[in-house]
Write a protein that binds this ligand. Structure first.
Ligand SMILES: Nc1ncnc2c1ncn2[C@@H]1O[C@H](COP(=O)(O)OP(=O)(O)OP(=O)(O)O)[C@@H](O)[C@H]1O
Length: 535
């Protein structure tokens, strides 16, 4: 079989191989090309044409996509990203999804997302899990009758900082679906947050100048903040009145601004009062940390500009940044280092602070200049503050939070134990707690009678509204017991010696044993006094 082939090649002899490959009948019709193209160029042209076709087809597809789909994108720096993620975590479509991400993140709402069924069965799971779209796959679902594609992306930028974005596309030409989604997601989020105060902090990254929600705390009733009588009410009334007075300010040409400076020893309730007030007024708290690395005058200004219209801007320990250099006014009354904080870490941060006093003053005016924003600042070093910082217009109301009086100690005790019974009706308790005797009290834990009658001085601390309510109470015996114990607890506590946090810390040692707490308080006071003498 191999022979003929050899013969053929021999017959071809020394003729050029190009002719030997072409049958003789077709040789006549073959014409030489006018512009002979080298093979590589042909390949190149084919590749170029294919690429153009590819680009054209993707442009057409893109055009068709734009024509048929409505897409909305969300960046994780923005508040609405949180609304959407929370809303998505609640969406029933995750129950059937086959490619999801499980997360313990709560997107600022410490309530349940789509609870993982197994977790629901096992009581006592430490953290709530929920399902959200995975970054590794597109998720499809139906939303209000529209076919919807959800895609979550993660992008690493400068300094390896990870940013997330979310794209949601609806198969429709009607972009009102985006409005529907936003309204629904925000409503869902706001409803979930009804019982919480959201706390935002400046973004921890060096480059970002945005706010990020860091937590949400349960609203705290104002009655639970035990201050000198009338202080909390005054604060609440003033802030509420301010928020409702925009027209009044505008008519008189007075800048619509209000700043509050809360000062006093640590643990006297400054931060708690602000959180409670935020809950009562349904405002979010935006915390400015002046000595955070990377914050300078420009970024501070930008952060302030990013604040929403109605909110509380909070600067805690406003003295901390300027105590050492720019504005510190030395004062003999200033407490010893260590007594009111001032840790090594704090000093280290102060050294790196790049916010100047004038930068801060400008920022404060910026906060106040925006409608409806309330500024709160707290300090443990009132006298160390620069007068420019505290002048009216920047800080309109200065409130001192004092160390605990006997009255406060007794009210704290009463409140601490009046809530021990798990019968739930907090509202009723809070109304009743008002004056330790003015109202009917409910939910009081049954206590046995005190071994000794209460000293008159301490009783007057809790009983200044008279005992008529005791007679009206449904359970007068129990209420009287608790009030008497509260009075006995307050008796050995010196006026203005301990903070409320100190007293709360003591009561925590006797969480379920109020009587033991009362018995041991005198010894505890003596121990604290001795420790101070030795220090
Ligand atoms: N007046 C108060 N009434 C009820 N609880 C209080 C009061 N003061 C302090 N506490 C309790 O003590 C703890 C610390 O209070 P808080 O952080 O509000 O004090 P602070 O004055 O802001 O302290 P610091 O100046 O150190 O920030 C909280 O758990 C709070 O419940």
């Amino acid at each position: 079989m191999a022979e003929p082939a050899n013969n053929t090649s021999k017959l071809a002899g020394d003729r050029p191989s190009v002719y030997s490959a072409t049958p003789p009948d077709r040789q006549a019709s073959t014409k030489p090309s006018v512009f002979p193209l080298p093979e590589w160029l042909k390949l190149f042209l084919i590749a170029a044409m294919l690429d153009i076709l590819r680009q054209m087809s993707s442009a057409i597809l893109e055009h068709l996509h734009r024509a048929c789909w409505v897409t909305v994108s969300f960046e994780d720096e923005d508040a609405c990203y949180t609304w959407i993620m929370y809303w998505l975590s609640k969406h029933p479509s995750w129950r059937d999804a086959r490619f999801v991400q499980a997360t313990t993140r709560m997107y600022g709402v410490p309530s349940h997302g789509v609870t993982v069924p197994v977790q629901a069965e096992r009581n006592g799971a430490a953290r709530t899990l929920s399902y959200i779209p995975s970054t590794k796959a597109r998720h499809t679902m139906w939303y209000n009758g529209y076919w919807t594609v959800v895609q979550r992306e993660r992008v690493y930028g400068e300094y390896d900082i990870c940013r997330e974005s979310l794209h949601i596309s609806f198969l429709t030409r009607d972009n009102s679906v985006v409005d529907e989604l936003l309204v629904e997601a925000k409503q869902c989020y706001v409803e979930a947050q009804n019982d919480f105060v959201c706390i935002y902090a400046q973004d921890a990254t060096f480059t970002a100048r945005a706010w990020r929600q860091v937590t949400a705390r349960p609203k705290r009733p104002s009655k639970s903040i035990i201050l000198e009588r009338g202080t909390m009410e005054r604060l609440l009334h003033d802030a509420r009145d301010f928020l409702n007075s925009a027209d009044w300010y505008a008519k008189r040409g007075i800048p619509f601004r209000r700043g509050y400076l809360l000062h006093g020893a640590p643990g006297t309730g400054k931060t708690s009062a602000i959180q409670s007030l935020a809950g009562e007024l349904s405002l979010d708290i935006y915390m400015l940390t002046l000595n955070r690395a990377g914050l300078d005058d420009t970024t501070l200004h930008q952060l302030v500009a990013e604040l929403p219209k109605r909110c509380i801007a909070l600067i805690e320990d406003i003295d901390a940044v300027f105590r050492q250099d720019v504005s510190c006014r030395p004062s003999e009354e200033e407490p010893r280092e260590g007594q009111y904080g001032g840790t090594g870490q704090e000093k280290k941060e102060e050294a790196h602070c790049r916010v100047s006093l004038s930068g801060l003053l400008n920022a404060l005016d910026g906060i106040a200049a925006q409608e409806g924003r309330i500024l709160f600042a707290t300090t443990n070093h009132y006298r160390a503050l620069d007068p420019a910082l505290c002048r009216p217009g920047r800080m309109d109301l200065h409130l001192e939070f004092k160390l605990a009086s006997k009255d406060q100690a007794a009210r704290l005790f009463y409140r601490f134990y009046s809530d021990t019974r798990d019968d739930g009706d907090d509202e009723a308790l809070y109304h009743g707690e008002d004056d330790l005797g003015t109202h009917t009290l409910q939910g009081v834990a049954p206590l046995s009678p005190p071994p000794t009658p209460p000293p008159a001085e301490a009783m007057s601390a809790v009983d200044d509204a008279g005992t008529s309510s005791t007679r009206d109470s449904e359970d007068p015996g129990t209420e009287t017991d608790l009030r008497q114990l509260a009075a006995r607890f307050a008796d050995p506590i010196p006026e203005g010696r301990f903070s409320m946090a100190d007293l709360q810390g003591y009561l925590m040692l006797y969480k379920d044993k109020p009587e033991e707490g009362v018995e041991a308080v005198e010894k505890w006071v003596k121990g604290q006094n001795a420790a101070t003498m030795n220090a």
